[in-house]
Design a protein around this ligand. Structure first.
Ligand SMILES: [Zn+2]
Length: 141
């Protein structure tokens, strides 16, 4: 069940908002505003991963784009006790000429920072990103 929530903004912002929504690939304004509010709230509460308290528990998806040949480095991370990996997926992206590993991960902010730094300093790793799960007080799981 949905509920209509309205807010006011100046005309300049209203025009920028439409561009932000389109540029972000959203087709639904309500969904964009909902996701933006959840993301902003989470950042305000816990900060970005790089600024979080060391013992803050974080959960989400770790995405690593790389070139073949460093799978053993990723295997070392998967077998370490630094982070807890509940699922793992490897794909070869033929159009992008890149491999991508996506892991569902749980761990402390300090351990995440350590693992991300380690990956960023590994040759043949093209990009590392982490998408934190939005924190809810309760929900389906
Ligand atoms: Zn591959």
């Amino acid at each position: 069940m949905s509920q209509i929530i309205s807010f006011s903004a100046d005309k300049d912002f209203a025009e920028i908002l439409e561009d932000l929504i389109i540029d972000s690939g959203y087709q639904n304004r309500s969904r964009f505003l909902r996701d933006a509010a959840l993301f902003f709230s989470d950042v305000q509460k816990r900060g970005e991963l790089m600024e979080m308290k060391d013992d803050e528990i974080v959960e989400g998806n770790l995405i690593i784009y790389y070139q073949h040949g460093i799978e053993h480095k990723i295997l070392e991370i998967r077998h370490s006790n630094e982070i807890d990996i509940s699922s793992y997926n490897h794909s070869c992206l033929k159009h992008s000429h890149s491999c991508v590993d996506i892991m569902q991960v749980l761990g402390t902010a300090s351990n995440f920072r350590k693992v991300i730094k380690q990956l960023q300093n590994t040759p043949s790793v093209d990009e590392v990103s982490f998408i934190s799960a939005p924190m809810r007080k309760d929900g389906c799981c």
